[in-house]
Design a protein. Structure first.
Length: 95
């Protein structure tokens, strides 16, 4: 009887694992994503290294990748700059 319950539970967990949605993909170039929390963005040298703050939930358009830890892009109406990847809510990214 124990083995039946174990087999039943194992089958149920396996079914649930396949039914779960896939993890969010990384943001793609051209997408707009929301921030998880406020973050200071450092603009590119061509813009004179200005800093500006993107608040929690603000949109950030991805223009490219800057190394393994940063996206290059801009906030709404702001200059192009660098944004830390871990502060992007990947589930909110859209075209």
């Amino acid at each position: 009887m124990r083995n039946r319950w174990k087999a039943l539970l194992a089958g149920a967990f396996a079914t649930m694992a396949f039914a779960m949605p896939a993890a969010a993909q990384a943001a793609e170039i051209g997408q707009v994503c929301n921030t998880l929390e406020g973050y200071w963005v450092l603009s590119q040298p061509a813009d004179g290294y200005a800093w500006y703050l993107l608040g929690t939930g603000a949109g950030f358009r991805i223009e490219g990748f800057a190394g393994p830890d940063y996206y290059r892009g801009h906030g709404n109406g702001q200059p192009t700059g660098y944004f830390w990847r871990n502060n992007i809510n990947q589930a909110t990214c859209h075209w």
